[in-house]
Each structure stands twice: as C-alpha cells, then as structure tokens.
Design a protein around this ligand. Structure first.
Ligand code: ADP
Ligand code: ADP
Length: 231
C-alpha cells in the first residue's frame, strides 16, 4: 500500500501557481528524490506534507494529500489533525544544519522533552539509539555534554537527523540535506539514508544528480510547474 498519495496537488501564492496537477504515489520504506532547477518549488513541495508552508504566511494548497500512517489513512487537508501531531509523524530536516545552542545530548533529546518526556535513564537510551541511526554515536559518545555548535557541518547535519528521528516519524522530509557539506560528509549522509528506509519513508530534495542516482529508489523532477517521474 502507498504511504504517500497526492491527487491533483497544486500550490499557489499571490495568484501565481508554483506547481499543479501532481499525482504521486510513494510506497513505504522507499527513498524518493525530487530534483529540478532552483526556484521551481521543491522546498515548498516538501512543506505541503507537514503543512509547514502555513507558517510562512501566504500560499494555498489545493487537491488531496493522503498519508497512510500506521493507524490509518489521513487526508491531511480535510481531516482534523493538529499541526503538532502531523509534524511528529512527518519529520523534517533543513538544508542548513540548525543545532540549538545547547549540548549534543540536549539537542537530540529536545523534541521528546518538549513532548513532556522526563525519565532520564530512558532518555539516554533513546538519544543513543537516535545518534546510532544517524551514524553519529561513535564520533560523539565521549562528548555528549559538549556544545553541539562545536561539531563540524556534517556532524551537525547528522545531529539534526538524529533529532528528527527522536519522535520516530513515519515519514522524513529532507531538504537538500548535503548541499552545505563537503564530499566526505555527503558520503556519510548517503550511507545513513539507506538505513533510514528501514524505519521511514524518505522524501528528499537534492540537486545533485549523482547523489540522487545513488540513493533514491524513485526520482522525480520538478519542471514546468509539475512533477514528472524521471527514474
Ligand atoms: P526550490 O526549492 O525549488 O528552490 P522554493 O520552493 O524554495 O523552490 O520556492 C520557489 C519560489 O517561490 C521561491 O522564489 C520562493 O520565494 C517562492 N515562494 C514560495 N512560496 C511562497 C509564498 N507563499 N509567498 C511568496 N513566495 C513564495
Ligand atoms: P531553496 O529551495 O533554494 O533551499 P529556500 O527554501 O531557502 O530555497 O527558500 C528560498 C526563499 O523562499 C527563502 O527566503 C524562504 O524564506 C522563501 N520561502 C520558501 N518557502 C516559502 C513559503 N512557503 N512562503 C514564503 N516564503 C517561502
């Protein structure tokens, strides 16, 4: 069964259409990548799935977005699903790593703390698990109390992935996760992406054609105001 389904999906702002007529079906546990020129609307497309575009103010989504969560299919623009609940199930990582001004441990624990989680021993275990999934644990295990901003760019991005994994999202949105990183760091992100498929369905934006060919199961291109399958 498909994890993500869109029907006649369109996004416009100021009476200008950014994209339209998008009919997409993504299976569970796949990595789907969206490529295309800068300004085509790729980032905005990602934010349709967690309704984050609403936080930017303007804009209008039309059509249907169905997400098949473990407990059922949800029509996220017609059924009542609070933003906090949607964003717990649909995680997102941005182009530029955005660690909070606190320790590595606190950064990763943050989403669970915010949700009211208090048990310390259990938290340590969950933080370790998330850092392992993000292929970062071995590099930072001796300095979990150090400020996260002291990490390299690539480590910071993996930290942000670990943080996003803390709420065990079923869907993970990645917006150009390697564009601010050097080649070696890119390689590390690519390795962990493949493991992520075990626990999530991944929808990513990347303008690196080579990367997309290496990591993605399905490739789409945003062009002429719509999304077309390219591999
Ligand atoms: P891409 O990720 O392909 O580079 P984006 O999704 O970031 O494209 O955005 C495409 C363009 O649309 C950008 O110029 C952005 O500023 C603009 N844009 C998107 N949504 C809005 C909005 N609600 N109001 C104004 N401009 C918007
Ligand atoms: P890119 O796709 O190149 O990463 P960004 O996501 O950084 O582009 O967006 C480029 C610009 O568009 C930013 O200034 C951002 O604030 C703006 N933007 C993106 N999406 C929206 C939106 N939905 N509404 C308003 N502005 C947006």
């Amino acid at each position: 069964a498909s994890k993500i389904i869109t029907r006649s999906l369109a996004f416009s702002y100021d009476k200008k259409t950014l994209f339209e007529s998008i009919d997409l079906e993504l299976p569970e546990h796949c990595i789907a990548a969206v490529t295309g020129p800068s300004g085509a609307g790729k980032s905005t497309f990602l934010t349709v799935f967690n309704r984050l575009w609403q936080e930017f103010g303007g804009g209008n989504v039309s059509g249907t977005v169905l997400l098949r969560f473990a407990d059922g299919l949800v029509d996220i623009y017609r059924e009542h699903l609070p933003a906090s609940e949607l964003r717990r199930r649909v995680g997102m990582v941005f182009q530029k790593p955005n660690p909070l001004p606190m320790s590595i441990h606190k950064n990763v624990a943050f989403p669970l703390r915010l949700a009211g989680h208090r048990k310390r021993g259990e938290m340590d275990h969950l933080v370790e698990k998330a850092l392992r999934k993000a292929h970062l644990f071995e590099e930072v295990k001796d300095r979990l109390r150090a400020d996260a901003r002291a990490l390299s760019g690539g480590q910071q991005q993996r930290l942000c992935i670990a943080r996003a994994l803390m709420l065990e999202p079923e869907i993970l949105l990645l917006d150009e996760p390697t564009s601010s990183l050097d080649a070696r760091s890119c390689g590390k992100i690519e390795e962990l992406l493949d493991d992520l498929k075990q626990s999530c369905t991944v929808l990513m934006v990347s303008h690196y054609q080579d990367q997309v060919r290496r990591v993605a199961d399905l490739v789409f291109e945003m062009t002429d105001q719509t999304l077309i399958r390219s591999a």
